[in-house]
Design a protein around this ligand. Structure first.
Ligand SMILES: C[S@@+](CC[C@H](N)C(=O)[O-])C[C@H]1O[C@@H](n2cnc3c(N)ncnc32)[C@H](O)[C@@H]1O
Length: 460
């Protein structure tokens, strides 16, 4: 195998596949080179920027032979904006490469054979992203308001006028906020000096009725007259605004939303239609950014349960607004949900009441603690749905999930690496991974959502 010192600074390489972060991978006698903006089957002249013991990072100097999968990106900002890493790759090829990413991750971390199925495509590949979070800044000299995304690998703000993966109306809302904030003398935030009032704009757009919830995140702990005027002006001047909320975040942090919010005008939620039920989604509520793809996942899990169980008991863990539990309530004898964010549990309560659902029990708190308590009460469920954040489950939660579940764990994950790690842990304790069904929730990015079906009934 070649080592670091054998690798020249500039070389020609053929890209074999994509890494889990969407970088092209070339191999030189076992030595791995990650190339940004590369596509499998590209032949490239590349320049090595950083060498490590077993791998290096490189940039493209010249495309010698373009891959047949290369296409013109939808967005002219694709190369500067860091959000859509794979937009220059044909959509069918993106799906094929994402399946390979899941297979490679399972091979290297899970370590056992597993059936990874073909990726279910997103019903929309444009305008699918229904949650927008734009950092706000300003130009150095003229102090014009900037709103957009950061350049890839940096904190340099790219002013975005049109983003093809977001509903078109969001461009209009953002443009209005840029102009109106300027007129009202509101300053854009600077990360460096921690000065300026407007930090982020978050928009949640409903796929169901196309209404928008706008959240103005400010670097302050109280509502100024100017920001209040901006909020009222957004509500009164634009169509389809459900409400405008101000969120207070004056900490030096990468977190977008602060603890405290104030609804200035309208309602503090949008409505979504999932599995023919209407859900309320607030600013702080977790809800999948691609509602049509999310609907596919909820229906898929529902179909799986209908085909394999009759009136099961279901534990919906890491439940958000209990979307899984509510979608399954009419096919279950009982649903119990656990979620740590209080506003999500409160919204779930409203949805349950409005839909007249009687067989759901909601709990607010840490999933691990709740599992421990339920185990000590001797409770058991036919099915546990685990849908944790990117970091996955703790070993403690997995141990309890094994004790609490009689038949199947359905593990929904947005991070193949932590899914693979947790599947390994479960497998080593007697669980069998039946298969993994990937869904493309995030077209043009390297992200991929997976549903793993895990059988427990044949354990010792
Ligand atoms: C990926 S989201 C899934 C939400 C929901 N299943 C859905 O599909 O809309 C993960 C959820 O887990 C919650 N969460 C994170 N850590 C948790 C913990 N330790 N205990 C309980 N809930 C947690 C988050 O607030 C978030 O709502």
């Amino acid at each position: 195998m070649l080592t670091k010192k054998d690798i020249p600074e500039i070389l020609t390489a053929k890209i074999e596949k994509l890494s889990n972060l969407g970088l092209g991978i070339a191999k030189l006698d076992g030595y791995v080179i990650f190339v940004e903006g590369a596509c499998p089957d590209d032949v490239l002249k590349i320049k090595i920027n950083k060498k490590n013991k077993n791998y290096a990072n490189a940039e493209i100097l010249e495309i010698i032979e373009p891959s047949p999968y290369r296409i013109e990106p939808l967005c002219k900002m694709q190369k500067v904006c860091g959000a859509c890493q794979l937009q220059f790759i044909d959509y069918d090829a993106q799906l094929k490469f994402k399946k390979e990413i899941v297979e490679d991750t399972m091979r290297s971390i899970f370590g056992y054979e597993v059936d990874v199925r073909d990726v279910v495509p997103s019903p929309q590949i444009k305008e699918y992203r229904h949650k927008i979070q734009y950092p706000i800044g300003e130009t150095k000299e003229s102090k014009r308001i900037l709103a957009g995304y950061y350049k890839s690998g940096s904190h340099e703000l790219v002013n975005i006028k049109h983003c093809p993966i977001q509903p078109v109306y969001c461009d209009r809302i953002i443009e209005f906020i840029r102009e109106e904030a300027q007129k009202l003398g509101i300053r854009g935030y600077s990360e460096k000096s921690h000065k300026g009032e407007l930090r982020h704009v978050v928009i949640r757009t409903s796929n169901y009725d196309k209404k928008n919830l706008v959240v103005l995140v400010v670097n302050s702990d109280k509502l100024s007259n100017n920001v209040k005027a901006l909020a009222n002006s957004i509500f009164k001047s634009l169509e389809n605004i459900k409400g405008v909320e101000v969120n207070f975040n004056n900490k030096k942090t990468n977190l977008i939303l602060g603890e405290k919010s104030e609804l200035v005008i309208g309602e503090g939620y949008i409505e979504e239609n999932i599995c023919d039920k209407i859900f309320k989604v607030g600013a702080k509520t977790f809800f999948q950014v691609n509602p049509k793809s999310a609907d596919n996942i909820f229906r898929y899990v529902r179909e799986y349960i209908v085909s394999n169980f009759k009136s099961p008991t279901i534990l919906d863990a890491y439940a958000g607004i209990t979307a899984f539990g509510i979608c399954m309530s009419d096919i279950a004898s009982k649903v119990v949900s656990i979620e740590e964010v209080k506003p999500s549990v409160e919204l779930a309560g409203e949805i349950i009441k409005e839909n007249g659902i009687k067989n759901i029990e909601l709990h607010c708190g840490d999933a691990g603690d709740f599992f421990a308590k339920e185990t000590s009460l001797g409770r058991e469920f036919n099915i546990t749905i685990l849908d944790p954040p990117r970091k996955g489950c703790t070993q403690n939660s997995l141990d309890y999930a094994l004790k609490l579940t009689k038949d199947k764990i359905i593990y929904v994950s947005c991070n193949p690496a932590t899914l693979a790690r947790d599947l390994k842990y479960l497998k080593e304790r007697g669980a069998e991974v039946e298969y993994i069904q990937p869904f493309d929730m995030f077209p043009h990015t390297y992200h991929i959502e997976n549903v793993a079906i895990i059988r427990l009934s044949q354990r010792d």
